[in-house]
Structures are given as C-alpha cells and as structure tokens.
Design a protein around this ligand. Structure first.
Ligand SMILES: Nc1ncnc2c1ncn2[C@@H]1O[C@H](COP(=O)(O)OP(=O)(O)OP(=O)(O)O)[C@@H](O)[C@H]1O
Ligand SMILES: O=C(O)[C@@H](O)C(=O)CO
Length: 423
C-alpha cells in the first residue's frame, strides 16, 4: 500500500515515540532507520524515517531532511509531518526552523504550524510558552541538557532566529473555539505573510482540533501527540482503511543489556533505581575513556551474565556533565560516549544479547546504527511514547526499547523487561 503520511523524525527516540503513537490507531506503521538507500517497497500507510539530525551540523541536518522527503514522496506520501522533541530541543544554531523551511520550499508551500505539546507526558503550550509539567521549559531540568540546553520557554522567540519567514501564534482561546476558528486564524495570519505559526495546546482535545484544522496542510510540524490525531482523520476521509495486527516480538533469547547515555533528570532517577534494585552496573567515566580508551568497560561487559540485564551508563548529574564538558568540550564528550555505548551494544550482541534497552535519543541513534538496523516493527508500549521495537533485518533478530530522556516511570528499565515478557 502506498504511504499516506510521511513523517521525518529528528532523532531515534522521537521516531519510536511517533511510530508508537501513530500505531495506536491500529494502522500499519513502518519505521525506517535513516533514509533507505533502496527505492520504496513494502510501504505502509504511515511511514516514519528516523534521522539523527537534531544536533547535527546544519547543512547535514538539512541534507538528511530533504533526502527523507524525496524518499517519502517516492513512497507515495500525500502529507508530511516533521517530528521534533516535545521540549523543542534545538542547538543555539537551531535545526528545527531551517528543516521546516527546507521542507516548505521543496513542497512549494507558504505556511506551516508548530506544536510540540504532549499532554500525556506533561508538555503543554500556552500563549506560545512551553511548559514541562508545571514548570516553564527554561526552568525545567531541560535548561541543563548536555547538547541542547533550553534557556527560553517562548516558542516564538526560539523559532524567530531559526527562520527567514515571520512567526505568529494561534493561541488557546482560538484553539478552544474549534477547527473553523483555527482555520480562520491561520488564513488571517497568511494574509500577513506569517509563515511559521506556533499553536497552543494543553490537552489532546486541543490537538485533535488543530489536526482537524490542518488536515489538508501538506506539512505539519510538532510532537508525536499532534501526529497521533491524524490517522483517524485520514480514515474518516477514506484515505486509509483496514486494521493491522500489532506485530509480535520475534522469539528472542533473554539476554539483555541496558545502555544509558541520557543525563535527563528522569533518566538519572531511573538509573539510580535500577542499580539500587541490584542490577549489575558499570559507570563510564568520559575523562577516563578519553585518556585510556574503552577497554575497561569491554572487559567488564565480557564478565557479565546477560540474563541479569546489566546496565552500562554515562548518565550523570548536571554538575558532573559540566565538569566533563569543561575538560573536553560538549560535542567531543557526547560523541565519545555515544561511540563507547554503541561499541558495547555490538559487543553485547556478539556475546548473545538480543534485547537492548537504550536511554537517550542521540545515544539510541548511535546504538541502533551500530547494530545495523534498517527497519523496525513497532510493538508493545512500555510507557507513553516508548514502545518496544523489533528488528528482523539485522544479522540477528533483536528487540530495542529506545527511551526518550524524559519519558517512562522510575522503574522503566524493569518495566521494559516485564512488558516484553508479556507479564
Ligand atoms: N557524563 C556525561 N558527560 C558529558 N556528556 C554526556 C555524559 N553522559 C552522556 N553524555 C552525552 O549527552 C548526550 C545526551 O543526549 P541523548 O539524546 O542521548 O539523551 P537525551 O537528550 O536525554 O534523550 P532524548 O533526546 O531522547 O530526550 C549524548 O550525546 C551523550 O553522549
Ligand atoms: O517528543 C519527545 O519528547 C521525544 O519523542 C523526543 O523527541 C526525545 O528525543
């Protein structure tokens, strides 16, 4: 079946989040790792391409985004969704606006919308300001993110320096009035040449209204929760029909490894809890690895019983991350840790691991690419926005749970194992 909705996600945990939420519709979702080198075949109505473009240098991010669009067009997609983080993670240069503008130019359109709200995970947008739970974004732990520290909560201010076109807002008062009011507001903004429109949303009903109003826009951008509302609209228009049986996990040995490179507040708590519960653990010290190489962690891993699901982590509190970055630079530290965790994943797989639980989007990108996965099936949801995924195309069948930094409950690492075992 030809693709209907073509989605481009700027990181890997974001892509599994999106694929999981689209999958709630009961329609088939296909998740591709990177832009496939082959022309489209065996396409699903809902296609997602996972990129590692969020923190990439701008020209590389744009080139990846455009290539993804070309592939999705060839797959037959009629509408497109650009997925970024529900906390609008972008570097100081910022890749979100330029990626959206490149897509707009390639699609020949003058306006798109931006809505990262993800109410189930506590992200809401009000008067253009993004909240994480009760805190404005810039007062949340996201202000200390290792690669994309968020120091402003206002989406219009964040977007403005990233784009050439003008930025506007459709606020909650209008959104609450329904689809027609939203459409009118967008049209009014279009007459003022406002190309980039931030949309307020505080709950799923707001997102459904926005999706309804924007259903004919060739390009919509936002978080996974906005995209979640689209399949039902396509079904009601007769663009998609039928249900897909949720893919089941391939038969897998129990051997598991947990790899954590996220330094979010939630991941810190999850790692601490998992270790407290008795999981075998190894902490990567980036300065030590920079000085002596990664052999010590490989030696440790080789001695582990993988049925005990050991954890290897670089996860650290903000003060420790700052210390490391001051010694070796944020980009070099991030890359070194990602490389080390990716090599651990390959070593664990060679030692028999078939289940991989990974925390952090950049980290997940490095691990998934090193494992050679090219297409993932989306399976059972462990927590909102975190499904298990199954890779049948790699050398061995494996299951991967790619956890966004801030998602999941404190017991996530054991929750993931419980869900996979169907308990
Ligand atoms: N101790 C540390 N010191 C410095 N950098 C670190 C440390 N531990 C991890 N990092 C780096 O921080 C970055 C964390 O980004 P990552 O995307 O993996 O997690 P996240 O942002 O919490 O997840 P998500 O994007 O899914 O929300 C990675 O590049 C990682 O290598
Ligand atoms: O939207 C989110 O918060 C996540 O899917 C994500 O993008 C994490 O990197």
């Amino acid at each position: 079946m030809a693709a209907i909705l073509g989605c481009i996600a700027d990181d890997f945990t974001g892509a599994t989040d999106l694929a999981g939420l689209l999958g709630r519709s009961g329609m088939r979702v296909s998740l591709r790792i990177g832009v496939p080198s082959e022309p489209p075949r065996d396409t699903a109505p809902l296609e997602v391409i996972a990129l590692k473009s969020r923190a990439a240098p701008l020209p590389e991010a744009i080139e990846q985004t455009r290539a993804a669009l070309r592939w999705l067009k060839a797959a037959g997609a009629q509408r497109y969704f650009l997925k970024y983080c529900s906390t609008f993670d972008s570097t100081a240069g910022g890749n979100i606006g330029p990626a959206a503008e490149a897509l707009m130019s390639d699609l020949g359109i003058e306006q798109t919308v931006y809505c990262p709200a993800f109410p189930e995970n506590g992200r809401s947008v009000y008067m253009g300001n993004l909240f994480v739970g009760q805190q404005p974004l810039a007062e949340s732990p996201m202000r200390d993110h290792p690669l994309t520290p968020m120091r402003d909560s206002n989406l219009m201010r964040l977007l403005k320096p990233q784009v050439q076109g003008a930025v506007g807002l459709v606020d909650r008062i209008t959104v609450a009035q329904g689809e027609q009011a939203i459409r009118k507001a967008l049209e009014a903004l279009a007459t003022q040449n406002i190309a980039h429109v931030v949309m307020d949303a505080i709950d799923n009903a707001d997102l459904e209204r926005i999706a309804g109003a924007c259903r004919d826009m060739p390009l919509v951008t936002g978080g996974s929760a906005l995209a979640m509302a689209l399949p039902a609209l396509y079904r009601s228009e007769g663009l998609i029909s039928g249900d897909a049986a949720p893919p089941s996990a391939p038969p897998l040995a129990r051997a598991t490894v947990v790899l954590s490179g996220s330094c979010s507040d939630m991941t810190n708590r999850q790692v601490e809890r998992y270790i407290r519960q008795g999981a075998p653990s190894y902490r990567i010290d980036p300065l030590e690895v920079a000085a002596n190489g990664p052999d010590a962690v490989f030696r440790w891993l080789a001695e582990q019983e993988l049925n005990k699901a050991p954890i290897i982590y670089a996860t650290a509190e903000p003060a420790e991350v700052k210390h490391v970055q001051s010694k070796m630079g944020a980009v070099r530290a991030g890359a070194l840790i990602e490389e080390t965790l990716a090599s651990c994943a390959v070593a664990a797989r060679e030692a028999g691991a078939r289940r991989f639980i990974v925390a952090g989007g950049e980290t997940s990108g490095a691990v998934t690419q090193a494992l050679g996965a090219s297409q993932l099936d989306v399976g059972a949801e462990i927590a909102p926005g975190v499904p298990w995924t199954y890779c049948r195309s790699a050398r061995y069948p494996i299951a991967l749970a790619l956890k966004s930094g801030n998602f999941g409950a404190e017991g996530f690492f054991t929750d993931a194992q419980t869900v996979l075992e169907g308990k």
